[in-house]
Structure formats: structure tokens, C-alpha cells
Design a protein around this ligand. Sequence first.
Ligand SMILES: N[C@@H](CCC(=O)N[C@@H](CS)C(=O)NCC(=O)O)C(=O)O
Length: 129
Amino acid sequence: MLKLYGGARSRASIVQWYLEEIQVPYEFVKLDMQAGEHLKPEYLAINPVGKVPAIVDGDFQLWESGAILLYLAEKYGKTPLSLEERAVFSQWVLFGNSTLATGIFVEANREREMPRLLNALNEIFSKQA
Ligand SMILES: N[C@@H](CCC(=O)N[C@@H](CS)C(=O)NCC(=O)O)C(=O)O
């Protein structure tokens, strides 16, 4: 069974959410990050950078939440995606992991970036059924 490595409150929840949505069975391996389990050799053998999330799917290991989402969509998605659909999927994953994350988490950017990003998102989502 696919294993998802994460901490108590970590970006592993992004992957967990998606696994639940696409109904792929998985085992959640909760690392005690306060105790530094993510920096122990056993976990560094899975992600040498020592960050969560990471997955182990059979013989395959992968880290970085965005890369994991793209992999899961390709492997477990119900219908094959066209080039354009894959591109839009990448667009949203990269937007979340870079543009939006920088706007939220980099304090110096927050005031300038968040209103315009949230306004744009409101606009986009209000047009969707
Ligand atoms: N860009 C990475 C960020 C990973 C990341 O920073 N994870 C945090 C938890 S949310 C972590 O492992 N922190 C532990 C540390 O830096 O020692 C991703 O999206 O997977």
C-alpha cells in the first residue's frame, strides 16, 4: 500500500486531501517532527532533504508536495488527461506552491500580494459552476 510520510500539522495534509478525493488507499506514517524523526537516517533515505511530505509507492519514492500531486494525478486519475488538462493541473499546483505560498508565508509580501491574488481567485471561482 502507498505510504504517505508527514507530520502532525504539515504540508502532508495537501497530499492526504488529494488521496482521499481520488480514493486511493494509503498508510499515513506520522513522524514525530518535534523529536526530529524527519532528520533520522531512516527517513533521510526516503527524502534526503529531511522535509515532509514524501511518499513510497512500491519501489518508487517521491518528495515535494507538488510533484507528488502531479504523480498521483497521472497514476491514479480516473480518466487520462490531455496535454492541456495536465498543463492546467500543473498551473494550479505550481501556483499554490509558489505564487500563493510566497504571498501567504513571506510576511514582507503579504500586504501587497494577497489582496490581488484573493481577488483574482474570487473572480475565477465565481465563474465556475
Ligand atoms: N516545498 C516543500 C516544502 C516542504 C516543507 O517545508 N515541509 C515542512 C513541513 S510543512 C518540513 O518538513 N519542515 C521540517 C524542517 O524544515 O525541518 C513541499 O511542498 O513539499
